[in-house]
Design a protein around this ligand. Structure first.
Ligand code: GTR
Length: 427
């Protein structure tokens, strides 16, 4: 065999055996990114070009939203539910007297049962309604800050040796274990509030055939099609909207200035929340990667096959059709970014987080931002990736890539705070 034929044979063999034996080798080589063409953002399904904000809003946006719903994240069941809000803690001095701590229990009730979701707020002392960041967290509200007044998470928690979490339960020792990811004082000092929910309160993050969490009490198979049933990301996004249902009723907050923010899988959820709920004025995706801000067709780092294989419960059944078949996807993630327009969007990556494909995250922000021109707002002008720690901002669209690993750092928060302040007219 010639040398090239031999290496071709070897590559094919490795690829096939990886697929057969379920192993996965991520591509981190830019020269091996397949050629791809993205689905047209500004062309209607009937082939007509989208030239006005009106056609975008009334025709193209609903088309794209429906595609993401049916093929990627899944549909929220069309089942009625009731919400009740109970303020369980209020007016507790926090953050060296600069803020107050409040907790609200949202209860979702359906004919199948009840689900409590606990929302923690840190609110700067102010005599007028304040803007806020609404976020999800990975290890319980008590993990984001050592304040002893924060209620411990009651729902299922992922075991974590480092944090002393065993038997899937929170405990006193988990207070503040993730505090380094949350710039609470900086947020408060800048006149914004912070709200957070433990994501497991909405839907525990493991595959149990959708029996627990909100999936267990809000379900509808009446159309006989299970393939477009909502996955966990759609459930977490739905939970963020229910928190928004409360926020709009509370005079402490300026409901027109709410930013939804999330990291990693919770960044995917924040993006879907921003896309499905126009009450969010700003959406922030921190290192959200595959199924979030990164273009799927690049197959760089984590791919659709890999994410469906590792986390079958995150997306809907239909998304499995696109495992290793990205070019058949009727959407790509630049269209998810575009769904935010003309509201604000900020996407962030980390240099060492190649698994999340920083370049793919930037490119989808760049391509998606083109829709802002229809609203006479600026789009990102450079297709070229910005330099490390040199954020690019085009009025309602922002992006940065920072040094370091997959994480949320003070640098990230500084950019979010400053972008939010500028979007919300605080400077
Ligand atoms: C990884 C997953 C990513 C990202 C991350 C996280 O294992 O492959 O898509 O969501 O988890 O959420 O921390």
């Amino acid at each position: 065999m010639k040398k090239t034929a031999k290496s071709l044979f070897l590559i094919t063999f490795i690829c096939l055996s990886n697929l057969v034996f379920g192993q996965f080798v991520a591509n981190y080589d830019e020269s091996k990114v397949p050629e791809y063409s993205l689905p047209e953002l500004l062309v209607l399904e009937n082939g007509k070009k989208v030239k006005t904000a009106g056609v975008w809003e009334n025709k193209r946006r609903p088309e794209i939203l429906e595609l993401f719903q049916n093929e990627v994240f899944g549909k929220v069941p069309d089942v009625s539910y009731e919400l009740s809000f109970q303020v369980i803690k209020d007016n507790i001095e926090a953050i060296n007297g600069k803020a107050i701590l409040k907790e609200v229990e949202i209860t979702v009730s359906t004919s199948e049962g009840k689900l409590p979701i606990n929302v923690l707020f840190f609110i700067p002392k102010s005599n007028k309604p304040v803007p806020l960041f609404l976020t999800l967290n990975f290890y319980g509200n008590q993990s984001i800050h050592p304040d002893k007044n924060i209620s411990l998470a009651k729902s299922w928690l992922r075991n974590n040796e480092e944090f002393g979490i065993t038997e899937n339960k929170s405990n006193e020792a988990t207070r503040g274990v993730r505090a380094y990811r949350w710039e609470v004082e900086e947020i408060i000092d800048n006149g914004l509030a912070l709200a957070t929910i433990y994501y497991g309160d909405i839907d525990p993050d493991f595959d149990d055939g959708f029996k627990n969490g909100i999936h267990g009490i809000l379900k509808d198979d009446s159309d006989g099609n299970k393939n477009d049933n909502w996955g966990s990301i759609a459930a977490w996004a739905w939970g963020l909207s229910r928190a928004m249902d409360y926020i709009v009723t509370d005079a402490d907050f300026d409901k027109d200035k709410v930013a939804v923010m999330g990291h990693s899988r919770l960044g995917k959820a924040a993006l879907w929340a921003g896309a499905t709920d126009k009450r969010f004025a700003l959406t922030i995706s921190n290192d959200s990667g595959c199924g979030g801000a990164a273009l799927s067709r690049r197959k760089f780092g984590e791919t659709v096959w890999r994410i469906n294989d590792s986390f079958p419960h995150w997306f809907c059944g239909n998304f499995k059709k696109y495992s290793d078949q990205e070019s058949n996807l009727p959407v790509d993630q630049h269209m998810l970014i575009a769904l935010m327009a003309p509201r604000a969007i900020y996407v962030a990556s980390a240099e060492d987080d190649q698994w999340a494909d920083p370049r793919g995250e930037y490119l989808s922000t760049y391509y998606g931002s083109q829709v802002y021109k229809l609203f006479n707002e600026k789009a990102l002008s450079e297709q070229k990736m910005p330099n490390i720690e040199s954020p690019v901002v085009a009025s309602k669209v922002g992006y940065h890539i920072r040094k370091g690993k997959h994480d949320v750092t003070p640098y990230d928060w500084q950019q979010y705070i400053s972008f939010a302040r500028s979007c919300f007219g605080l400077q």
